[in-house]
Write a protein that binds this ligand. Sequence first.
Ligand code: PGA
Length: 249
Amino acid sequence: MRKPFIAANWKMNKTSSETREFISGFVPAVKDVTDVDIVLAPPFTSLAIASENLKNTNVLLAAQDIFYEEKGAYTGEVSPLMLIDIGCKYVIIGHSERRQYFNDTDEVVNKKIIAAKKAGLGVIFCIGESLAERDAGKTFEVLQREIINGLKGIDEKDIVVAYEPLWAIGTGKTATPEQAQEAHAYIRERLGILYGNNADEIRILYGGSVTPENMNSLMVCNDVDGALVGGASLKVESFIKIVTFRGEQ
Ligand code: PGA
């Protein structure tokens, strides 16, 4: 049985005080949730305050990106050790916004995953196709390329995969449960080629306009093991509802 994994990706939202306020409302409401791994990924500037406020709770901290060098003259970048030091357990790598706006190629993504794992961070590895690629019937091809290149030379330990079709991110256009299941099953099959039976243990999250209303219908799909949530994770009540989804048909 794969334990559901639900992560909030706040992107470039929330100041330190807004982060503290969110956590003070959120953590007490989910303190008894033991059957889900709950993760918050605030922006870098809120990691310290989040770490302090999440101590001794059941909510884990993640960063939204990382640089692959250990230290040195890389103005503006943050190293794996810095993230560990501040209390991060996970890091999101290869988010489509990083790929699109900041030139995170498959090769860069691969280097970042290697560096994160070497430091002992769990990785939320994002993949997904654009609308043009889907319309051209290239969804599987894109997923295959991103998996093969992104996970080159990497074992499956502490890897969580997030399937995030670009056309569903921030658009309110969620993938249907059928579309999500089809992509997730394909991803698991490809992971099986890399990792054999261990692929059955890898959590594959869905991301793209997840809301409290559609969470349950996605989570009942066999190969959907959780969610990476952007917009709907910014409000305490809405993210509580997502984390406490029913999981029933
Ligand atoms: P969204 O973002 O939930 O706002 O669509 C998801 C993501 O990009 O991780």
